[in-house]
Design a binder for this molecule. Structure first.
Ligand SMILES: Nc1ncnc2c1ncn2[C@@H]1O[C@H](COP(=O)(O)OP(=O)(O)OP(=O)(O)O)[C@@H](O)[C@H]1O
Ligand SMILES: [Mg+2]
Length: 481
């Protein structure tokens, strides 16, 4: 069960089924007991009624027993007729055990009647009651038997018996009703349970999707909708919001720090640079000093670039790096970048190509940012292509979009590295190990990604190690928003 909703429904239904089952069991047992009590009550009153009829009749007319021609005693005919009305089995015996009357309704064998007769109590012992199974294969009977007094000297005892099935029949009906109700109850419980769980958990799903939308530091200003009711979920949303406020503050502090630090570093770097540049031009310097100064100047240049890059990203994060858009012909920017690229390519022994469409490609962009983007890509392409290779820039346009590709035949990027190349300060191991040969901080592509996305575009990469890499930047022709 992956969801709380599923688990809740299962627990809820299980609890309900257990309750229903316990209730059904208690009801069944109670009903069965009551049914047997009713049966006992009925045969007891039938026995009392029979005794009363016999007593009354004896008082009114004397002897109730006649003898047939063989000398066998039997009840007089009209009393017999009255006793036929007793619905259950009735057996009346004489004091000597002779059977005076046996209901004709129950079709019992002689053997079974004899078995019943043995149950009647011996004279003077009062009353007995119980359950008996008639042999062979007879029904199970509840019976009550007691002495008949006040109906003349001949009478011994009487016994009334009823088939227990009549009691079982009443409960069997109840049982079938219960068997029908329990599954219906179960289905209803599952439906209602899952509905209740869904209703209750809906806000959780909403919170999940809202939190999911807060993907990075830039969407941290968003807050979850807090429900009016301050229940558990309301408090959860509130707590998450407070957490996001704290996160947003720390993110902001971090960005501020980066921006301030890079900004503060800019001035001393400029001073350093102009100092070293002036020192280099001093006449009469030894070769060693000159070399050292050259190296220092290189380092200062790299550091200035790094600080610039950091400042750009920190400003972009803070949202205070506005784009100065104006319609420009991208072909012109590419031509410019090609000139710079040519210089780099020449040093590296790499061939440089540029393919642009004959018609102007006018797009409203921030020209200096786009120039920076293209230069970053071209610098990378030249930097990661061994001499003898080539770099090809291409510009194209199709239905509302402009596509700009920078393809090289260089060392390529391993498939496992591709997801990371746009991360800040990320550099492939091959690049890291040869920092001297391919210097860099790992910020170039992070800046490219920001520039492309700030223009409402995308940047994608395709690469095969050893074969080359192609970066594709797509920009919309109309400035969105
Ligand atoms: N054209 C390319 N061919 C092969 N690998 C590349 C290419 N472009 C980028 N990479 C890999 O991606 C990493 C990140 O590139 P990115 O431009 O962000 O950093 P960098 O060039 O190392 O340093 P920086 O651009 O900050 O001076 C590089 O270190 C390199 O490993
Ligand atoms: Mg780079």
């Amino acid at each position: 069960m992956q969801t709380i909703r599923g688990r809740l429904t299962v627990w809820y239904s299980a609890a309900l089924v257990l309750t229903l089952a316990a209730f059904a069991m208690v009801l069944y047992v109670a009903r069965r007991r009551a049914s047997y009590d009713d049966l006992d009550q009925r045969i007891r009153s039938e026995a009392e009624l029979t005794a009363a009829i016999l007593g009354e009749s004896y008082r009114a007319r004397g002897a109730l027993v006649t003898y047939d021609s063989t000398g066998k005693p039997a009840l007089v005919a009209d009393i017999k007729a009255v006793l036929e009305a007793v619905p259950d089995y009735l057996l009346i015996t004489a004091q000597d055990g002779e059977i005076l009357y046996s209901s004709s309704s129950a079709s019992l064998t002689y053997q079974q009647v004899v078995q019943l007769r043995k149950l009647t109590p011996p004279p003077l012992s009062g009353r007995t009651a119980g359950t008996v199974r008639l042999e062979p294969d007879g029904p199970e009977l509840r019976y009550v038997a007691h002495i008949v007094s006040g109906a003349g000297p001949r009478f011994g005892s009487l016994l009334v018996a009823a088939d227990v099935r009549t009691a079982e029949l009443a409960v069997a009906q109840l049982l079938s009703t219960l068997l029908l109700i329990v599954p219906i109850g179960l289905i209803a419980a599952i439906l209602v349970g899952s509905w209740i769980a869904r209703r209750a958990l809906e806000p959780v799903d909403r919170i999940i999707s809202e939190v999911r939308e807060i993907t990075d530091g830039r969407s941290l200003h968003r807050r979850l909708a807090e429900p009016m009711v301050k229940d558990e979920l309301g408090r959860l949303a509130e707590t998450l919001n407070q957490m996001m406020t704290r996160l947003e503050r720390s993110f902001a502090a971090l960005r501020r720090f980066t921006a301030d630090a890079s900004h503060e570093l800019k001035t001393p770097l400029t001073v350093l640079r102009s100092g070293v540049e002036r020192a280099i031009t001093t006449p009469g310097l030894s070769q060693d000093t000159l070399a050292t100064l050259e190296e220092t100047l290189q380092e200062i240049k790299r550091m200035t670039e790094l600080v610039e890059a950091l400042l750009t990203l920190a400003r972009a994060d803070e949202g205070i790096a506005p784009l100065h858009r104006e319609p420009v012909d991208l072909r012109a920017i590419l031509e410019e970048a090609r000139e710079t690229g040519d210089l780099l390519a020449e040093q590296a022994g790499v061939q440089m190509e540029l393919a642009t469409p004959p018609e102007p490609v006018i797009v409203p962009v921030d020209a200096s940012r786009i120039r920076q983007l293209i230069l970053n890509l071209v610098t990378n392409a030249v930097k990661y292509t061994p001499s003898g290779g080539s770099v090809r820039m291409q510009l194209g346009q199709s239905d509302g979009r402009v596509t700009l590709t920078v393809a090289d035949t260089g060392i390529g990027i391993a498939a496992g590295d591709l997801p990371h190349i746009f991360d800040r300060f990320w550099r492939a191991d091959s690049a890291r190990t040869r920092t001297g040969e391919r210097p860099g901080a790992g910020l170039g592509l992070a800046i490219c990604k920001w520039i492309a996305e700030a223009h409402g575009g995308t940047i994608e990469v395709q690469s095969r190690p050893g074969r080359g890499t192609t970066f594709t930047v797509t920009l919309p022709k109309e400035a969105a928003g």
